[in-house]
Ligand binder design. Structure first.
Ligand code: SF4
Ligand code: SF4
Length: 446
């Protein structure tokens, strides 16, 4: 996989995983006793919860915890709600974790209104399907989306989930493309596949284009540049340029849901175990990682790592109870002896990070500002916002500086500060308008 250059004279080349021509079927893993569903929290709802511990739920049933909150999850099993607790995810994202004890007899929820597809129906029922389709982007009038890119190749190394979906669920993808065109009005749909695997898709209602199989060619910003010929300016994203990205699995889920009226609840993912074995696994959304690892007799010891996503861009989880989510494309288990530890060694100015950066950022300078928490300066003077988040700089750094994690944190903190500024500005504008209104009323009365 990794072809590292002799004496570092040229850049290392890292290839994406390519599936064999005859793709093996995913192995089925069923949850043992419970599933856990992460219901997004949108601030503090004013109404009392609609669902309580002890309530029965059906497979495919929509669970909206609060009547005044549009957020929901879909129950992936039939059973009884055993507990509802709070969970804080990466970067402070808040969820209600709904734990459901599984019944032996499955009962399916009533079909949703699949005969008359609309974007509103999709937003109301299909936001939790495998692949997490980006409906909110399609519905955002400020984005003006004119192109949808379906990624038939995963964006991280070792992971082959969406490549498999392209080969195994082409009819669902084709149906999903038709539905997407109808509900969004977007006519240009492009499916990107791993370089050599472009042939044989026939007419699916979308252009089919290949991407290079060298990492990070399958990241959205790279696809924008290499496939669509558009460079995303610093600080903007692909949606700002009118292009929405969805995985092949998300589009297949849309097709599958509209074919039957039942909401898909089974997630395909690539499992990479400590010995490097890769498997395609199909399991129920909400299945605890423990159940998957037990199936393959993978033991977890102190300081081993479990990474959700892939080795370059994924994030570690710290509990074997952590569930499979609708966008969990990969789980990588790393033995402590193979784990790459971050260090507090200083940068030695070797320049490796600069040589490999696809965004041509002076990473060795950027990292100095990130380490000292000077995020505004990093954005203004050292191209923080041009970073495409590939993680190669962290991979090559001889001082083992966690550059990628610093970058993610810096972007998160800047977004948070800017959102807070915007909220404060809106609040003070409202106050000023209210004061002016009172003054006008008083003047009129006088
Ligand atoms: S993660 Fe590192 S290598 Fe990748 S684009 Fe950002 S700064 Fe460059
Ligand atoms: S690879 Fe690491 S040590 Fe080398 S210049 Fe970049 S940040 Fe510094």
């Amino acid at each position: 996989m990794l072809k590292k250059s002799f004496l570092g004279l040229t850049n290392p080349r890292i290839d994406y995983e390519l599936l064999p021509v005859k793709v093996p079927e995913p192995e089925q893993v069923t949850p043992a006793k419970t599933v856990t569903l992460f219901h997004p929290k949108n601030g503090a709802p004013s109404a009392a919860p609609v669902f309580q511990v002890g309530d029965r739920v059906k497979t495919g049933q929509k669970l909206a915890l609060f009547a005044d909150d549009p957020a929901y999850v879909i129950s992936s099993v039939t059973g009884t709600i055993a507990s509802i607790s709070s969970y804080t995810g990466d970067y402070g994202k808040e969820f209600s974790a709904i734990n459901v004890s599984i019944d032996e007899n499955e009962e399916l929820a009533d079909p949703f209104d699949h005969q008359n597809p609309t974007l509103e129906t999709a937003i109301a029922h299909l936001a939790f399907v495998p692949g997490n389709p980006a409906y909110s982007v399609l519905a955002d009038p400020e984005k003006n989306i004119h192109t949808i890119v379906i990624t038939g190749v995963d964006d991280d190394l070792l992971i082959a989930t969406n490549q498999y979906i392209v080969t195994a669920a082409l009819n669902d993808i084709k149906k999903g493309i038709g539905i997407l065109k109808d509900i969004s009005g977007v006519e240009r749909i492009i499916m990107v596949t791993a370089g050599e695997s472009m042939q044989g898709y026939g007419h699916i209602g979308a252009e089919v284009k290949g991407v290079d199989t060298v990492y990070p060619a399958a990241l959205p910003h790279m696809i924008m540049k290499d496939v669509l010929g558009k460079v995303v300016p610093a600080g903007r994203n692909c949606e700002d340029m009118g292009t929405c990205f969805m995985t092949a699995e998300a589009v297949a889920s849309i097709g599958q849901a509209h074919a039957s009226g039942q909401i898909p609840v089974h997630k395909t993912l690539t499992l990479v175990t400590k010995d490097g074995t890769q498997r395609l696994v199909k399991t129920t959304i909400g299945t605890p990682i423990r159940d998957i690892l037990d199936t393959y007799n993978v033991s977890i010891n102190d300081e081993d790592r479990i990474i959700f996503g892939g080795p370059m861009r994924g994030s570690a989880v710290y509990s074997l109870d952590h569930p499979v989510l609708p966008d969990t494309n990969g789980i990588v288990v790393v033995d402590r002896s193979d784990a790459a530890y971050a260090s507090d060694y200083p940068c030695i100015n070797c320049g490796d990070c600069v040589r490999v950066c696809p965004a041509r950022i002076q990473v060795h300078m950027l990292v100095r500002f990130l380490e000292s928490g000077q995020f505004e300066e990093a954005a203004d003077n050292y191209d923080l916002l041009s970073c495409v988040e590939c993680g190669i700089c962290s991979f090559v750094c001889v001082s083992r500086i966690p550059i990628y994690q610093y970058i993610k944190l810096a972007k998160y903190e800047l977004d948070r500060a800017r959102a807070q500024e915007a909220a404060e500005l809106a609040e003070s504008t409202e106050e000023m308008e209210a004061t002016e209104e009172i003054e006008v009323t008083e003047a009129t009365d006088a």
